[in-house]
Design a protein around this ligand. Sequence first.
Ligand code: BLA
Length: 506
Amino acid sequence: VPAPPAADLTTCDREPIHTPGSIQPHGAMIVLDARDLRVTHISANLPTRLLGRPAPEALDNSIVLAAQTALHEDGHSLSRIHAAPRTPELPYSEMVVHHLDGRIYAEFETPVSDHDEAGAVAGVQAIIQALRRTRSRQELCDVAVRELKSLTGFDRVMAYRFDPAGNGEVIAEACEPELEPFRGLHFPASDIPKQARQLYLRQRVRTIADVGYTPVPILTEAIRPGHAEVAALDMSLCHLRGLSPLHIEYLQNMGVGATLAISLIPDDALWGMLICHHRTPRRVSARVRALCDLIGQLMSFLIGEKGQNERLAERVVRARILDAIGERVNAAAAMPVQALLERPEEVLELLEADGALVQIGNQTQLFGRTPTLPQALTIAATMRARHGGEAAATNALGTIAPELGPLSGVAGGALVLPILHGPDDFIVWFRDQVAQTVTWGGNPEKPVESEAGRLTPRKSFAAWQSVVQGQCQPWKEVDLELAKDLRRLVTTAMLRNLETQTKLAG
Ligand code: BLA
């Protein structure tokens, strides 16, 4: 079978997962028009005679009241669990009601009895304390997967972290001893397509109760003038939302029977997820979902906080070097740049770099291990053309300028810092190339297979090693911060210098 063209993967990004037109069968759904409370959609496991009728006439008063509450609460209502009327045509004990873009969604379900809900609620206090006591993001994730596994009873609980390109890695895991661990495995971005990552910012907790489920279609009124249902029903926030068939196939290939996933969103971006798997179907009640949301939100906060602390700790060590440079530059009065160039090893150490090109005023100097001067100048020009006056870094230099030619072991990546003094003033730091071995869950070159023209997820998740050549250790945020601090230091000294000179002249 020939590999599908890469463009095929964009079909995954285009699948409209928020409008599946169906729900999972362990519950039922009624959708009302928010203006007149008319029933506009129902799941096909409810009587069709409800369609088109005003809710106060057709439905129990408790539903109408919950709908009116949701209308005024918007997002918050999703964590409120109402008692459902439990009538013969609507035989469910709980309902969750929310409002989105002019529609009210009432979802009904009956929690499974084998859950120890009271235990879970009582245990949450201890979990919160355990999470707060952790000292790093790694420890936080290690504790979270252990605690979440005992809270939910799932077979496998993972902390999954995204990189900037949307690829991910399982960074912590608690699983049953007979399962093969996924910890340390990387997965390509296409496994969780872009629109799914966007949706998970809004819907923080999601469950698939039975991967082998038969979808229940959503029925809508016959199209009548003035009531035309043009757009498909937006189920972005519905917990019963039907799933992408491709994702279902993916989970079946993985041997998964049920999932629970919780978004980790520090600083408004999807940092990662807690992913839970069970080999057989498993339902998560509304109450436990609400606890999971609470845990996810606390974790998101702690990830942000600990990330900040980790950056600060890293800074403290290297800030000493910055101080030493600062003292020399300030003491040098008339020659701040010379002072900087006096001890180039400090300039390299500051950014944990192996080489640097400094071009300030009429001085151009290479230090340590660098590419040739023409190559270094090309790199600086290319990166500055791309990023303007901004400090910028890449850990894959080989990909930025084809005209560079081979960099032969030196310079896998570069960090460029334009100096505001003049248009041609800048410092570029280089880091050596290092070979990095990445272990993937399946062949990342072929995230999908093509069967008779149909796109399907890969069938094997067996560990697949790839060696990344020619790149350097990634630059961190602290590297960019320190580079900018150095710039501030040098430009301040230069300006002071200039001031003194103009005073002398005048
Ligand atoms: C969704 N894919 C997901 C989700 C996860 C993964 C966690 C969220 C839904 C859920 O909780 O199950 C992927 N699951 C993983 C990964 C691991 C895991 C990486 O356990 C690692 C241990 N998926 C594909 C391809 C396509 C695809 C090729 O592999 C598209 C062609 C689609 N994945 C896909 C879609 C969704 C998804 C569309 C969204 C499902 C939804 O919410 O409707």
